[in-house]
Design a binder for this molecule. Structure first.
Ligand code: M6R
Length: 592
């Protein structure tokens, strides 16, 4: 949530580099964006409402600078609330990611000292607090350490002092990574919320950890905020490829990522058997297993209850990460907490894991982003290897996460090889399914229903959490009101909303609840619903049939979801939305 970039060098103009880097962070928030550079020891800034990718910006001169793309928390989406935020002297600029929980108290004390606030943001207190410290004669490094420690909550920020030409970053909570390139005698140093920002320039990185600062210069210097000691960091060469994060021939990342499921499922299956067996033993021996995640990842956690029950005869629990604290008294050192996350940076998940850590419980994670905060806090990590997911709506990461859950459940049941063979077959079926004719058939359905105001989705068993996930997908990209229900719950209230031609998507599998979900479809059909069957077999009750490959058991969740992801995509397109960057959302939710 919010993208941060900082850039230092001695020869090149910073602005074009900052601009291109910030565009790559747009998925983190796209309400507004801004830059600050230091030129002839003066601070220059440019801030605009809207997306950085479609903006026309005057070029700011200067060799060093910072940039920010905002997902608004405190203060409306206006130019004056756009980062960077300055101090009264006009030489300090700050970009920030997080929420300063004690900002009002800090702001009040600064107002009492006659600081002039120009925005409604919490961020601006950082600029004025630094100004105070510098006026007291402190250097920028000590000021950043002191102010960073004063802020309550998860806050990472980068400060530019235009007069002294210093850039210093502080991290607590949201990620900041340093990238370094030294070519033909020219050194360039980046600091960013995500490696993607500078991946086309360098793959050599150093990770800033929580409660550390870094001085951005030719040889960046890292310090521990608590001890003030200098820290030696290793320069790590990462293996990511920029091509993976580009749209290629696709019009949207979302479509590209849906189509990539032809390959990503197979990559997710390819885990180390020893690791799977080791973790499955931990699951089997644990006193309580809790799956935690947010949004779509929470729906994946919900499927875990069905997957482990059906495949491994094992009871596990699912808790939305934002509710986790209420369950903390169940956590023991023998308890296992399993986090599911694409980004590895979701604030609520991190908070849940911090609670688990305090209680001495073991942490396992199923994530897509190596070296992310969740990776670092975990005792054991499974990478789903889906490649960068850029569209805000999660698609390929979701199905790969389900693959890892199914593998783990088979491993718990002592049938890992059987599980792998089964999933390889499923991956092949998804590969066949995602062909142009199939896409066209789903697009036709979208053309029939895209003007409807409500869409309902029903499922039973593992297709119940998938009905909930289908609703998330449809809502977030089409803005049509969509709701998922357990098939059996419909007649306990929601059926009152079914009118003539209301689309109801029925997720069907050849499993033991098949007949019941068809009965639920008949119930809505008799109230006039337009029944869309996502099913291996046709049924006279369906007004529109989306044929799915017939797979056994819990993998129907993957197959049915892929079909609905495509439908959601075309609903969003037909309604004229920017499906990659839906309104009010951000890809990586690093605030609570
Ligand atoms: O990065 P994470 O998987 O932890 O993200 C969790 C949610 O923010 C995310 O799944 C969100 O719900 C997606 N936009 C859904 O498509």
């Amino acid at each position: 949530m919010c993208g941060i970039i900082g850039y230092w060098n001695k020869e090149l103009e910073a602005f074009p580099i900052l601009l291109e880097s910030l565009k790559k962070l747009e998925y983190r928030g796209y309400d507004s964006f801004g830059f600050a550079t230091s030129f002839e020891n003066k601070l220059l800034t440019e801030r605009q409402v809207g997306k950085v990718s479609s903006a026309k910006c005057p070029i700011l001169p200067g060799k060093i600078g910072i940039g920010h793309t905002r997902w608004a928390t405190h203060g409306k989406v206006t130019e004056k609330n756009t980062h960077p935020h300055r101090d009264c002297s006009g030489k300090i600029a700050v970009v920030h990611n997080g929420i300063i929980e004690n900002f009002q108290e800090l702001k009040n004390s600064l107002l009492n000292k006659n600081h002039n606030f120009l925005s409604e943001t919490d961020t601006e207190v950082i600029s004025h607090l630094i100004e105070e410290k510098l006026e007291q004669g402190m250097n920028l490094k000590d000021a950043v350490i002191e102010i960073g420690s004063l802020l309550k909550g998860r806050n990472s920020f980068v400060v530019l002092n235009s007069e002294t030409k210093e850039i210093i970053a502080f991290r607590k909570g949201s990620p900041l990574i340093v990238g370094i390139t030294k070519e033909n005698g020219t050194s360039e140093v980046f600091i960013a919320s995500d490696i993607q920002a500078f991946l086309d320039k360098t793959k050599k990185v150093m990770y800033l950890d929580d409660n550390q600062i870094v001085i951005i210069k030719e040889n960046p210097e890292f310090y521990n905020v608590k001890t003030k000691d200098k820290i030696e960091k290793r320069l790590i060469k990462i293996a990511l490829d920029t091509k993976d994060a580009e749209k290629g021939d696709y019009s949207h990342y979302m479509l590209k990522e849906i189509m990539e499921q032809k390959e990503t499922l197979a990559k997710a299956i390819n885990q180390n058997d020893k690791d799977l067996m080791h973790v499955s033993q931990e699951i089997n021996n644990a006193r309580g297993v809790f799956f935690v995640g947010c949004g779509t990842a929470a729906r994946v956690c919900h499927t875990a209850e069905y997957i482990f029950s059906k495949i491994a005869d094992k009871h596990v629990n699912f808790i939305p990460a934002s509710e986790f604290e209420n369950y903390k008294h169940f956590l023991l050192p023998e308890t296992l907490v399993i986090a599911v996350s694409q980004s590895g940076e979701t604030a609520d998940v991190l908070e849940a894991l911090e609670i688990a850590k305090q209680r001495g419980s073991k942490i396992i994670s199923i994530i897509n982003t190596q070296s992310s905060s969740i990776d670092k806090i975990s005792d054991y990590t499974f990478l789903i290897k889906a490649g960068p997911e850029k569209a805000v709506a999660s698609t390929k990461a979701t199905t790969s996460q389900i693959v890892v859950l199914i593998l783990l459940a088979y491993a718990c049941a002592g049938k890992l090889k059987e599980g792998e063979r089964f999933l390889i077959d499923v991956a092949g079926k998804v590969n066949d399914m995602l062909n142009p004719r199939y896409e066209e058939h789903i697009k036709k359905l979208a053309e029939i229903i895209y003007q409807r105001e409500n869409i309902f989705i029903i499922g039973r068993g593992i297709n119940y959490p998938m009905a909930l996930e289908s609703a998330i997908k449809i809502m977030e990209v089409s803005y049509i009101h969509a709701q998922g229900f357990a098939g059996g719950e419909l007649k306990h209230g929601p059926i009152a909303l079914i009118e003539k031609a209301t689309p109801v998507i029925v997720l069907v599998a050849n499993d033991d609840v098949r007949q019941e979900i068809i009965s639920n479809a008949i119930e809505v059909k008799s109230r006039g619903a337009y029944v869309i069957g996502v099913s291996p077999e046709n049924n006279p009750i369906f007004d529109y049939w989306i044929k799915t490959p017939d797979v056994n058991g819990e993998a129907s969740s993957i197959i049915n979801l892929v079909a609905v992801q495509l439908l959601a995509y075309y609903l969003g397109i037909l309604r004229g939305h920017d499906v990659d960057y839906p309104r009010s959302l951000a890809k990586s939710v690093t605030v609570k």
